[in-house]
Design a protein around this ligand. Structure first.
Ligand code: C5P
Length: 232
């Protein structure tokens, strides 16, 4: 495998966050002295191996330009988002086409995850080094899992094989570009990058994430993230 592969980053930040119930999109909510997006970007800009970050913004975004972004020398580019997260990611992949080699890696990290730790990036990069496809961060399911209909339990699900997929997720550029393009062509519902790659019949590795890598979805997640960041 080509050891000179470069590492590109895509940060989808073009969502409106309907479950967040706020006028300000959740990625621009203040949390521990900065926005959620700034926290999500910090470990990516600080990592010495990641050389370009492409941020995907809503075409009508009026917040990003007002932010102080500490790039630490990392290249930063912005592209317009699409109607879904997957379309936003594809827009960024199209922007990278011709810049990234097929064998380069692209790491996708949600703007809504402000507590990513440097060690998680290190673990993901280490796991992917000799991989032809890629890997994702995920967390084993620790709680008992129920299948529910109309607020009534239908059954208890065997959780031994269940993991929760988080981000970053990292794949060879060519693999991810083809998988996302093909999946969107047939309207396959892509909930994360791995789902598109799985659809292509490829095997994706799992790297255990840190439990602090939460996604801001509802208002109460903001204070949980603040507590987690204060522990670092
Ligand atoms: O809404 P959800 O939390 O699943 O969004 C995950 C990430 O995808 C967020 O960072 C959001 O800004 C981004 N997104 C996007 N373009 C969309 C929808 C969501 O970049 N059309």
């Amino acid at each position: 495998m080509n050891t000179a592969a470069r590492y590109w980053v895509i940060v989808p930040a073009a969502g409106s966050g309907t479950r967040f119930a706020s006028e300000i999109p959740k990625q621009y909510t203040s949390l521990a002295g900065a926005t959620v997006l700034q926290h999500a970007l910090r470990p990516l800009f600080l990592h010495p191996k990641l050389h370009t970050v492409v941020i995907v913004l809503a075409p009508n975004d009026s917040y990003f330009a007002g932010l102080k972004i500490a790039r630490h020398g990392t290249q930063l580019d912005c592209v317009d988002g699409g109607n879904s997260r997957a379309e936003s990611v594809l827009n960024a992949l199209k922007f990278l086409q011709g810049k990234a080699k097929q064998n380069d890696f692209v790491l996708v990290h949600d703007a809504a995850r402000p507590c990513l730790r440097a060690a998680e990036i290190d673990d993901l990069l280490a796991a992917c080094e000799d991989e032809a496809v890629g890997a994702i961060l995920a967390l084993p399911m620790n709680d008992t899992v129920k299948r529910v209909t109309d607020h009534k339990i239908v059954e208890t699900v065997d959780r031994t094989m269940l993991w929760r997929a988080v981000t970053p997720q990292m794949f060879r550029f060519g693999v991810l570009f083809d998988a996302v393009t093909e999946a969107l062509k047939v309207n396959y519902e892509i909930t994360d990058e791995a789902s598109a790659v799985e659809r292509a019949g490829l095997s994706v590795n799992i790297v255990e994430a840190d439990a602090s890598n939460i996604k801001i979805t509802r208002q109460q997640d903001v204070s949980i993230a603040e507590s987690l960041l204060s522990l670092e």
